[in-house]
Structure formats: structure tokens, C-alpha cells
Design a protein around this ligand. Structure first.
Ligand code: B12
Ligand code: SF4
Ligand code: SF4
Length: 344
């Protein structure tokens, strides 16, 4: 889910930075279309905030507090993710002044499989469909908007990004523990960079999305009980995504009807009232013909067909691993679950 970037567009964007600054584009949103990045249709722009780099300790303190209170899962896979945070600037950046947190809008995608003469559309949630943009494109947006100097390295900050986004005022937490940004809902990617430029320190308390007050849609929609009424922190060890992102067998306790996407899960986001205005944005990832779908489902895939399928699935995170896609496709088609159009 965390995408690494190529450096291909960096030079272009560095060169355009002074012009963008001159045009007054150095504010909250920069029109990505002007950056030649090829944005997701209907999702122009990005949003950003800064906090002082000294705040990293406070991010860790909050996590430690939750842990001491017994609110964090002991699940090993999840602990592995959380354990990879680095609460200090990387080597060579000890003089970093600021953290820049960016939110880049994304669209959900759908891919169609032909099965028994029918078209079955399957969700590929935002973040799992490659739109061709990577970290360097995001850095390029910051250079082009004049937020940071064009010759800054901007090392990536490996931090709890939702907490950082909410503390900075860029986002608010939904009850589903996903971060919501004005205009993008929950469908966006977060990324943070260290900068030597002293930027404003927008630090504040954690905020819940106002729409969550009195709403329990995501709590009811979650097919595995990960969202809890007694604790705002979700139970990641009950979250479908923790399991279907990995090739290991699906735990037996997961209901067969829970599966609703080729990877990840969209249940707690699609019916969320705070996503009403943005959920219609959908990318089409094409169609897999009947014979190829059948081969994928049976696991009997010749070498040439494997090449064809990998190409068709190349925009999907994990698409090069056909056995993993096959496992997830069987689960999602087997679920009594919904097809695109009837919205899971
Ligand atoms: C580990 C991880 C996972 C794990 C565990 C999720 C989790 N909640 O921890 C798994 C694999 C299950 C997962 C699933 C998904 N993930 Co994920 N994941 C991450 C990762 C690496 C860390 C998240 C983290 O910090 N967890 C630690 C927990 C303790 O923190 P938290 O979730 O922010 O919870 C906070 C609140 O509970 C708050 N809190 C406690 N009490 C209270 C009370 C109140 C009133 C308030 C307001 C807050 C509050 O305290 C906690 C810490 O701040 C980030 C990338 C990154 N570097 O940050 C991506 C990331 C969070 N994932 C992302 C996405 C898109 C998803 C999925 C939507 C993918 C999908 N479609 O299936 C699901 C959503 C599941 C969910 N409901 O959270 C995006 C989220 C973008 C966004 N819009 O917010 C991120 C940021 C990746 C990215 N670079 O864009 N993910
Ligand atoms: S579904 Fe309701 S409670 Fe859940 S995140 Fe959206 S607004 Fe908040
Ligand atoms: S992503 Fe799916 S399983 Fe995870 S909390 Fe949301 S609805 Fe529940």
C-alpha cells in the first residue's frame, strides 16, 4: 500500500516550482493536472499541512499511552507494521525543522471478470490500484507549489500517518479509524516528508469527524466486527484487510460473506455519509475474458497465459502473484456478496 516512486518527473516539477509559486499555487491545493502527472479523473489537487519535526516524540507518546491502557492489539502481523515506525528523522536529517503531511486523492477501481456468461465486477479499493504516481510525484507537487525548496531531498517520514494528519488539522478520524479530508472523504493516500524548511507548526488534539456523532453505519457494515462500540480504536486483528493483503490462508472464523473486494475491504467506507460526495469516482481496470477467469480460478495456468494475466492485472497491488489473486477472487465471487452497481 505504501508506494515507492521513480524519479522521472522530479526534474520537470523542480523547474516549474518558481512559476507555481509565482502563480500563487503554494497554498492548500495545487491542481495536479497542471503538473503533467495524470491525476485520477475528478480528483484534482492535494492538501497538505506542516508540523514541527520535534512533534515526532508526541506521536510516539500517544501510541505508548494507548498500549499501556491495553487498547492496542497483540496481533504479530499488526505489531510488525506498527513496529516499523521511526520516531526520529533519518540519518543526515537531524537538522530537519518540519514534517509535511500530504493527502493525495485516490479513486476506487473495479475490474470485470467474465464468469459463466456473466460479467462480475469486483472492487479494487483506492490505494490498491496503481495510478502511475509515486513518492517522487508527490515530492514534485511540493516543489512545484513552492512549499519546499526544489533542491531539498525530502526523505519520507515513516510515522503513523493518520495520527499525524489529524494532529496537523489536515484530517479528522472517522469511527472506522480512517482519516477523512475535506473534499476527498476517506479515499486518499497519506504521505509525509521531513523538510529543513521551518514551516508552521499546526499541532492540535485528535478530532473525530463531525458526521460520526450519532452515526453507526460503519460499525454495522463491518463484516468482521473490527469496529467496536466500546472503544474508538478498532481491533485490527478482526479487520479483513489484515488477512487478504497477505497470501497466508484466510482464518476459518472469517464469514464467507465478508469478502467484498479483490484485495482490502470497502465495507466501512462505501456507505459512510461522509463519503457520499466522493464515492462515485471509479476507475475501470478492464475485463478478464471467461477462459482466463476460469484458468485463474482453477489454478491451471499455462506459462503464456500467466504472462497475459499478469499484464491484465498489472495495475492491481499484488497482481503479479496469481495464486494470491486466485485465492482472493474465489473468496469474493464465492461470497453471496454484491457486485459493483449494487454497491457493497
Ligand atoms: C497498519 C495499517 C493497516 C492495518 C491495521 C489498521 C489500523 N487501524 O491500525 C490493516 C492491514 C488492517 C490496514 C487496513 C486498512 N488500511 Co491501512 N495502514 C496501516 C498503517 C501502516 C499504520 C496505521 C496505524 O498507525 N495504526 C495504529 C493505530 C493504533 O492507529 P490509528 O488506526 O490511527 O488509530 C488511532 C485512533 O484510534 C486514535 N484514537 C484513540 N482513541 C480515540 C478517540 C477519539 C475520539 C479519536 C478522534 C481518536 C482516537 O488513536 C489511534 C492512534 O492515533 C498506515 C500507514 C502509516 N504509515 O500510517 C496504513 C494506512 C492507515 N492504511 C490505509 C488504508 C487506505 C487502509 C484500508 C482502508 C485499506 C482497505 N481498503 O482495505 C484499511 C482500513 C482499515 C481500518 N478501518 O483502519 C491508509 C489510510 C488513508 C486514510 N484515508 O486514512 C494508510 C494511511 C496508508 C496510506 N499511506 O495512505 N491498515
Ligand atoms: S459511517 Fe458514520 S460513524 Fe462511520 S466513519 Fe462514516 S460518518 Fe463516521
Ligand atoms: S476495512 Fe472492512 S473489515 Fe476492516 S474495519 Fe473496515 S469494514 Fe471492517
Amino acid at each position: 500500500m505504501e508506494r515507492e516512486g521513480s524519479w522521472t518527473r522530479r526534474e520537470f516539477l523542480r523547474r516549474t516550482a518558481p512559476l507555481a509559486a509565482l502563480l500563487g499555487l503554494a497554498g492548500r491545493a495545487f491542481p495536479a493536472r497542471a503538473s503533467a502527472i495524470g491525476p485520477v479523473p475528478g480528483t484534482d489537487g492535494f492538501r497538505w499541512r506542516s508540523v514541527s519535526a520535534r512533534r515526532v516524540g508526541e506521536l510516539r507518546d500517544w501510541m505508548d499511552k494507548l498500549d499501556r491502557e491495553g487498547r492496542l492489539s497483540a496481533d504479530k502481523t499488526w505489531r510488525g507494521y506498527i513496529g516499523s515506525f521511526q520516531y526520529a528523522p533519518p540519518p543526515g536529517m537531524q537538522d530537519a525543522c518540519s514534517l509535511v503531511i500530504m493527502s493525495v486523492p485516490l479513486a476506487n477501481a473495479a475490474i470485470t471478470f467474465r464468469v459463466s456468461g456473466r460479467r462480475r465486477q469486483v472492487w479494487v479499493p483506492s490505494g490498491y490500484a496503481d495510478d502511475g504516481r509515486g513518492l517522487d510525484d508527490f515530492r514534485g507537487l511540493l516543489y512545484a507549489a513552492g512549499i519546499v525548496a526544489g533542491d531539498e531531498d525530502l526523505p519520507r517520514a515513516r510515522l503513523p500517518l493518520k495520527q499525524l494528519a489529524v494532529r496537523s488539522g489536515l484530517a479528522a478520524y472517522g469511527r472506522n479509524n480512517i482519516a477523512y479530508v475535506d473534499g476527498f472523504g476517506s479515499f486518499h493516500q497519506l504521505v509525509a516528508f521531513y523538510s529543513r524548511r521551518p514551516l508552521e507548526d499546526h499541532w492540535g488534539a485528535l478530532r473525530m469527524l463531525p458526521e460520526c456523532k450519532g452515526c453507526t453505519v460503519c460499525l454495522r457494515e463491518c463484516p468482521t466486527g473490527a469496529i467496536r462500540s466500546q472503544d474508538f480504536v478498532i481491533d485490527p486483528a478482526r479487520c479483513l484487510t489484515l488477512f487478504n493483503e497477505l497470501p497466508a490462508p484466510m482464518p476459518a472464523w472469517v464469514p464467507a460473506t465478508a469478502h467484498n473486494a479483490l484485495v482490502g475491504c470497502l465495507k466501512c467506507q462505501l456507505r459512510c455519509p461522509a463519503n457520499e460526495a466522493v464515492k462515485a469516482r471509479t476507475l475501470d481496470l478492464g475485463e478478464v475474458p471467461e477462459a482466463e477467469t476460469a484458468a485463474l480460478l482453477s489454478g491451471r495456468i499455462s506459462a503464456p497465459l500467466a504472462q497475459t494475466l499478469k499484464k491484465r492485472l498489472s495495475r492491481i497491488s499484488g497482481g503479479e502473484d496469481l495464486s494470491y489473486i486466485s485465492r482472493n477472487l474465489k473468496l469474493v465471487l464465492g461470497a453471496a456478496g454484491p457486485e459493483l452497481g449494487t454497491r457493497p
